[in-house]
Design a binder for this molecule. Structure first.
Ligand code: NAD
Ligand code: MG
Length: 387
């Protein structure tokens, strides 16, 4: 292996972000190798990926699938590990250059913290990590002098707008939101929508959890909190605007009033590749944006009376402490239940709100307290739904 290749550890390689990251690696074998691949339950795809990309290590989350993976890879020298603990242990191994954090939800937090602890750069897709414990995660990154490079398209846009602006304070950031499949709809309509409908996102094809979050606008709320930690902002410096075409991926306004935007067709491979190659831009053959094909780029206010999850997230953003962690846990439980037809679309908001009101507030939690708040919130939310 030549030493200019960057060794990538893809945590969550079988997901929507993970598979696209592997496509980027496949297109640039001179620049990247897949060093670690991890999956939760999809052992078939993990095995297939391992055979194709020949990583050093794979981890299968579900321990009962260990033997199957081990046997399938017996004729290779790929090391196989299993279980939740192994994720963290492998993240702590000094065999890669950059972790692509593409696990969904709270489960991504511990391995990401471990990567930062041992001084690895992180390309962060897993926004829940920053929602739960953003202060601790970013402090670890600063202490160990490693970058956290956003993969989320909005934050990648802001990050790209900030290149060359290190000395210039941000006045505010404007996060764009597509509005999801139910843009313009009212509660009397939303009360009846089913999972199949909510899973149809107009512009992006993504994992189930983030697709539901996009339909409820919780995704944008999580992204506001993500932006706070990534760019060290006050809550009132973070604004959301609905932009249904998803061409402007987000904007930064500087103190002179100038606004920079980053644009492109909606394709997650672009921010994934940018994070993997940073600070270099890598030539790509992705389809190019032709603005003449878009008659209008439009912008509007989010409908906060209908999409109340965004209001709850703003409250969590403003209040801080363990409230974002509590909200995130309740949301994960609520989305899980909605995907199994156990609650209706609007009930998700009630579950989150009740949980946020119930679990004790801690202003400056330790990591252990974040873990505890997550657990308490999950138990309480699951109880409401009778999961
Ligand atoms: P996904 O559901 O498609 O994939 C999730 C991956 O995480 C899979 O590889 C799965 O095996 C693994 N995983 C799931 N639960 C796990 C657990 N308990 N322990 C260990 N591994 C587990 O999700 P996705 O759409 O790829 O999203 C991944 C992350 O990236 C999310 O945090 C999401 O918010 C963020 N993100 C995704 C997109 C997108 O376009 N998909 C865009 C922006 C941000
Ligand atoms: Mg996003």
């Amino acid at each position: 292996m030549s030493n200019h290749q960057r060794r990538i550890a893809i945590f969550g390689s079988t997901g929507s972000i993970g598979t696209q990251a592997l496509e980027v690696i496949a297109s640039h074998p001179d620049k990247f190798t897949a060093e670690i691949l991890t999956a939760h339950g999809n052992e078939e795809l993990l095995i297939e990926q391992a055979q194709k990309y020949n990583p050093n290590i794979v981890v299968i989350g579900e321990e009962k699938k260990y033997l199957k993976v081990k046997e399938a890879l017996a004729n290779t020298d790929i090391k196989v590990f299993a279980g939740e603990k192994a994720l963290e242990e492998v993240a702590g191994m000094d065999c890669y250059d950059l972790m692509l954090a593409a696990i969904v939800g709270y489960a991504g937090l511990r391995p990401t913290l471990k990567a930062l602890e041992i001084g690895k750069a992180v390309g962060l897709a897993n926004k829940e990590t920053l929602v739960v414990a953003g202060d601790i995660v970013m402090r670890k990154a600063v202490e160990n002098r490693v970058p956290v490079i956003p993969v989320d398209s909005e934050h990648s846009a802001i990050f790209q707008c900030l290149v060359g602006e290190t000395r210039n304070p941000i006045e505010k950031v404007i996060l764009t939101a597509s509005g999801g499949p139910f843009l313009g709809r009212k509660p009397n309509y939303l009360v009846n929508v089913k999972r199949e409908h909510a899973l149809q996102h107009p512009n992006w094809s993504m994992g189930a959890k983030i697709t539901i979050d996009s339909a409820t606008l919780m995704n944008k709320g999580l992204e506001m909190i993500e932006a706070k930690w990534l760019f060290n902002l006050q809550p009132d410096q973070i604004q959301v605007v609905i932009h249904p075409q998803s061409i402007i991926h987000s904007m930064v306004q500087f103190e002179d009033g100038s606004v920079k935007a980053q644009m492109g067709l909606p394709d997650m491979k672009l921010p994934i590749q940018y994070a993997m190659g940073f600070p270099q831009r890598i030539k790509s053959n992705f389809p190019r944006l032709d603005l003449k094909k878009f008659n209008t780029l439009s912008f509007e206010e989010p409908d906060l009376r209908t999409f109340r999850n965004l209001v709850l997230a703003m409250e969590a953003l403003n209040k801080g402490g363990n409230l974002p962690a509590i909200m995130n846990a309740a949301n994960e439980v609520a989305v899980y239940a909605f995907l199994r037809n156990r609650v209706n679309f609007l009930d998700m908001t009630d579950v989150i709100e009740k949980t946020m009101n119930k679990i004790s507030f801690i202003e400056q939690p330790t990591l252990e307290e974040y873990y505890q708040s997550d657990g308490e919130a999950r138990t309480f939310a699951a109880d409401i739904i009778k999961l």
